[in-house]
Design a protein around this ligand. Structure first.
Ligand code: NAD
Length: 461
């Protein structure tokens, strides 16, 4: 029996019990164990990279180079970054003690939480499962991984590989969909890290509340991109098309819709069409650099979003192969269907605005997005965008790339999520920062504050 078949035979409650027992026995606590797990995870990514690329191609038609860049490489860089700093991040932090308490010393100490559940979505099924897992392991936790059933090849492969590389006493994969996840969520965890849509985010948070389990929710939303006339529009169009159409638009931080004045929109549209042609060798359908829509359900939803819209670039689709061309819509009404939901596909609607005030008002009227992008060389515009809007992150001149900076927190705000991770923030997320105060018994300087509270003491306190 392989480690995987041994695992899949057991109920979620048993998986969690086994992981908890390992945690309680201290298996996961030492720095050496944590570093070993991180190195083993890196080895998995290196040695099995061809298999991972193949699974990602089968699930999403991802080009192997894109898989390296946006999935495997991101997790490798995250592991490298954590390994390089973990020892110093884990050092206790001394804090000042008020004079009235002196002599004494105070510090904070990071302690692992226990058993962490990581639930991942299908769109970046390697990165969004393994990057949080790296943080949870580095923080000294036992981890249960729940890959997305909608990326079945990647889910099956990771369920097979994880037990071969990581410590099976403390790390387990549970595959499955709603039923299995519901059963998992009935168990008591010490932290739940969920990436996916907000509807399920609410289900996760409700289940967590029952056990008072803290959650990190990495959700989505409509991330706007604002372009003004102070920038090179051809260069901006290339960056926007790259961020929007990678993984066929199925990226949580992809620009969702574009805001521009009529003059900018008129000039930008041909540049967007040129950029698509340049990125996908003249024909995205035959280009191996362009992905496919994950399933028929998503394809049908995206197809419906084109109803009644003005297509100014792309628009071709093939239900059989789930090819959906990079598509640009112009003159999109603010109350249109495509502006009422997260698009999560290769459709870029342009909403024409009167000016920056109008753009900011439109952004503020919606839920807080996961990311907000702006292409402007005006410092005043940039400052207004930063201070007058709220979003998980802001990217000036480049979409998506902020999530590859290990020192930046990655997370949403409001409807786009709560909590953040990556690098040091992952360690904080998956740890408890314990306060420690230490004071010698003698001399007893606290005598002053002990009762009885006599008039003589009143004057001293
Ligand atoms: P999904 O359908 O794969 O669901 C995510 C996970 O939730 C899966 O593991 C699935 O099994 C589980 N799940 C589904 N229904 C459930 C239920 N009823 N009860 C318990 N668990 C359930 O992925 P998705 O939600 O379609 O992913 C797309 C969404 O995720 C988009 O909104 C996108 O913006 C967001 N997203 C956010 C980030 C981020 O980092 N913030 C990254 C990627 C995707």
């Amino acid at each position: 029996m392989t480690p995987q078949s041994a695992l899949s035979a057991v109920a979620p409650s048993t998986v969690v019990e086994v992981a908890r027992s390992a945690f309680d026995r201290g298996v996961t606590r030492s720095l050496a164990w944590r570093e070993r797990q991180l190195r083993a995870l890196k080895k998995l990514l290196e040695e099995r990279s061809a298999e991972l690329e193949d699974a990602l191609f089968r699930d999403l038609g991802k080009n192997p180079a894109e898989s390296q860049l946006t999935e495997i490489g991101v997790v490798e860089a995250e592991i490298e970054h954590i390994l390089g700093h973990l020892r110093s991040w884990l050092r206790p932090r001394r804090v000042a003690v008020p004079l009235a308490l002196a002599p004494a010393s105070a510090s904070t100490l990071l302690e692992p939480l226990g058993v962490v559940l990581v639930i991942a979505p299908w769109n970046y099924p390697v990165q969004l499962l393994l990057a949080p897992v790296a943080g949870a392991l580095a923080a000294g936790n036992a981890v249960v991984l729940k890959p997305s059933e909608l990326a079945p090849a990647t889910s099956a492969l990771l369920a097979e590989l994880v037990p071969l590389y990581l410590d099976p006493r403390a790390v387990a994969v549970v595959e499955g969909g709603v039923e299995e996840t519901t059963e998992l969520l009935e168990q008591r965890f010490d932290h739940i890290f969920y990436t996916g849509n907000g509807t399920v985010g609410r289900i996760v948070m409700t289940a967590a509340a029952k056990h008072l389990t803290p959650v990190t929710l990495e959700l989505g939303g409509k991330s706007p991109v604002y372009v003004d006339d102070t920038v090179d529009l051809a260069a901006a169009a290339r960056r926007i098309a790259w961020g929007k159409f990678m993984n066929a638009g199925q990226t949580c931080v992809a620009p969702d819709y574009l805001l521009a004045t009529a003059e900018v929109a008129d000039a930008l549209v041909p540049h967007l069409a040129d950029a698509v042609a340049e990125l996908y060798e003249g024909d995205p359908r035959s280009s191996s650099s362009y992905g496919r829509i994950v399933n028929d359900r998503q394809f049908g939803r995206l197809d419906g979003l084109l109803d009644g819209e003005l297509v100014v670039a792309g628009g071709t689709r093939e239900p059989g192969t789930r090819y959906f061309a990079p598509t640009v819509l112009d003159h999109v009404a603010r109350d249109s269907a495509v502006m009422q939901q997260e698009i999560f596909g290769p459709i870029l609607p342009i909403v024409r605005v009167a000016d920056l005030d109008d753009a900011i008002a439109l952004i503020r009227a919606g839920e807080k997005p996961l990311a907000l992008y702006a292409f402007t060389s005006s410092k005043t515009t940039a400052k207004r965008i930063l201070t007058e809007t709220s979003s998980g992150a802001v990217g000036f001149g480049v979409p998506v790339a902020h999530l590859t900076v290990p020192g930046l927190p990655f997370g949403g705000v409001g409807e786009s999520g709560m909590g953040a991770y990556h690098g040091r923030l992952s360690i904080e997320t998956f740890s408890h920062r314990k306060a420690v105060l230490s004071k010698r018994l003698a001399p007893d300087t606290l005598k002053l504050v002990y009762p009885p509270f006599t008039p003589a003491k009143d004057g001293l306190i």
